[in-house]
Ligand binder design. Structure first.
Ligand code: AMP
Ligand code: MG
Length: 510
């Protein structure tokens, strides 16, 4: 047993949280923990050594055994109790160095200091294939960055992040993953009393646009530069010898961000809170708060109860991605060029290319959704006509493409001369594929999910699990969402939207 010699090194004017010494228990022999701490090479102002809180009664509610194996954890022979002790934060793996990371961010357009207020990074797990993943406990207690928050998380919010992130992963979309949800046995107070839980989040890293904004606004230029060098090495090693590394980095982040948003648009995902602190530099979907999947197609779809201005609406996500990239560019300015005007000019030229790159990749993606093998610019009209039809009729986004694939439309919404005319045009177009309709069907099957997390099912499963300890539906859904592109028969219950969905709302940060 090793006693944690608690260190506090964060002195950016924030309060340090002191707790009882944490106990390291050497039960991880052969359990596969291989934690490293490259992030700790950065100056100390980028983090604060903060152990997780001890919780009264850890219980393992969900474990992602597939992911555990990928990460190199050999936990099959361990009891749930042992795993829950680690993943609640009660017992630290021997080589853990728990920290909270510092970052800032633009939240709904307003710049503010943030940081991990309820998340604690245990370290970076090195997998058997030498990949590096952050292992973070979310909801593990207060940190120097908690501001007025309690550092805790509710079971329902953590289960939500688990199911949504895993669904996104199996949809083939870059995302943080979820290893486990552990109940803490303590109450968490929001508008009402909830059960507390800790989510183990696994991510390429938790470096955000907001991490760069933090360095730019609160730290000396050398530290901003160190952050850049570190991030390039970790996520964009191919850029290490670039002439203008900061510019090449900005461009690479932009490219990954574009690809990510294109994926979101492809499956109808609304992130809901695209603040710059929730935008991963590695290009993964990060911070599942009020996110949800759209049923009826509409560009203005918003689920988050606090997004009254529709800033983060489905169709506004590309614009916001660019806005966030402009914040990253602003943070990198001092590194882009010695002369501020030249630096601004370089960033502007790059960001000006966003729109055309985005549009051409979106066009390709939409053509794939329609089963077109060699897209032409005129196909944009065909795509737009279908989107307009869906928006005017409130047609279901996922099912419209699914039914197009099978060419069976079991809803009266499609019984219109307008749609019949469009369908004729579409058929003529896909017959021009090498391989005709058959090829179209194959392309569509690869790009259009047959199953997405339907909000009403997510809610039902979360309620069953969090209120009644009944995880049956949740496991069922996770199983269905593991193969979202296979249109299995007899599962229409998981495919149909509810009769009415008006007013469906999601909530942030609970
Ligand atoms: P989010 O909306 O989850 O992206 O969180 C925004 C900021 O609020 C981050 O700095 C979080 O760490 C912090 N935060 C969210 N919930 C809590 C909480 N319950 N206690 C402390 N900090 C929190
Ligand atoms: Mg966040």
């Amino acid at each position: 047993m090793v006693i944690n010699k608690k260190k506090h090194n964060f002195d950016a004017g924030l309060r340090c949280v002191c707790r009882q010494p944490q106990v390291f228990f050497n039960m991880n022999k052969n359990a596969g923990w291989q934690l490293e701490h490259s992030f700790l090479q950065l100056p100390k102002l980028f983090f604060s050594h903060t152990p997780p809180d001890e919780v009264p009664l850890p219980s393992l509610l969900l474990l992602n055994q597939t992911l555990a194996t990928e990460l190199g954890f050999g936990w099959e022979a361990l009891t749930s109790k042992q795993i829950a002790s680690w993943l609640s934060g009660n017992i630290l793996p021997e080589n853990a160095e728990p920290i909270a990371q510092a970052y800032a961010g633009h939240q709904f357009g307003h710049f503010t200091m943030l940081g991990d207020g309820r998340a604690i990074l245990l370290g970076e797990q090195i997998t058997p294939y030498q990949k590096r993943y952050d292992i973070q406990l979310k909801g593990a207690g207060q940190t120097p960055f908690s501001r007025r928050g309690d550092g805790k998380a509710t079971i329902s919010a953590m289960l939500r992040e688990y199911v949504m992130s895993e669904a996104m992963h199996y949809l083939g979309i870059p995302t943080s993953r979820s290893l486990a949800v552990v109940g803490t046995g303590e109450p968490v107070y929001r508008e009402t009393t909830h059960k507390g839980a800790v989510l183990t989040r696994v991510a390429a890293s938790h470096i955000r646009v907001g991490t760069f904004e933090y360095a730019r606004n609160f730290l000396p230029k050398e530290m901003l530069s160190e952050l850049l060098i570190y991030t390039v090495k970790r996520h964009y090693p191919e850029l290490e010898n670039s002439d203008n590394q900061p510019l090449a980095f900005l461009e690479a982040v932009m490219n990954r961000q574009i690809d990510l948003i294109i994926h979101w648009l492809r499956v109808g995902f609304v992130h809901g809170v695209m603040n710059t602190d929730n935008m991963s530099i590695a290009g993964e979907t990060l911070d599942y708060g009020p996110c949800a999947f759209m049923n009826a197609y509409h560009l203005e779809t918003v689920f988050s109860s606090i997004d009254t201005q529709k800033r983060y609406a489905f169709g506004n996500q590309p614009t916001i991605a660019l806005w966030n990239l402009a914040c990253l560019a602003g943070a990198l300015l001092p590194l882009l060029d010695e002369t501020p005007e030249v630096a601004t000019q370089k960033a502007r030229i790059l960001l000006d290319s966003f729109k055309s790159i985005f549009e051409s990749r979106r066009h390709l993606m939409m053509c794939r959704k329609l089963g077109i093998d060699k897209p032409r610019s005129e196909d944009a009209l065909l795509t737009q006509q279908l989107l307009d039809f869906m928006q005017n009729r409130g047609a279901d986004y996922t099912n419209t493409f699914l039914w197009l694939r099978t060419q069976q439309f079991p809803s009266s919404a499609y019984n219109s001369p307008e749609f019949a005319a469009w369908l004729e045009k579409w058929k003529m177009r896909v017959l021009e594929n090498d391989g005709g309709l058959l090829k179209a069907t194959a392309i569509m099957a690869a790009h259009n999910p047959a199953f997405i997390p339907r909000n009403h099912l997510v809610e039902e499963a979360l309620e069953n699990a969090s209120q009644h300890q009944n995880f049956g539906l949740l496991h069922e859904l996770l199983e269905v969402w593991r193969t979202p592109y296979q249109n299995k028969q007899g599962l229409s219950h998981y495919q149909l939207p509810p009769e009415t969905e008006a007013g469906y709302k999601t909530f942030c940060g609970t």
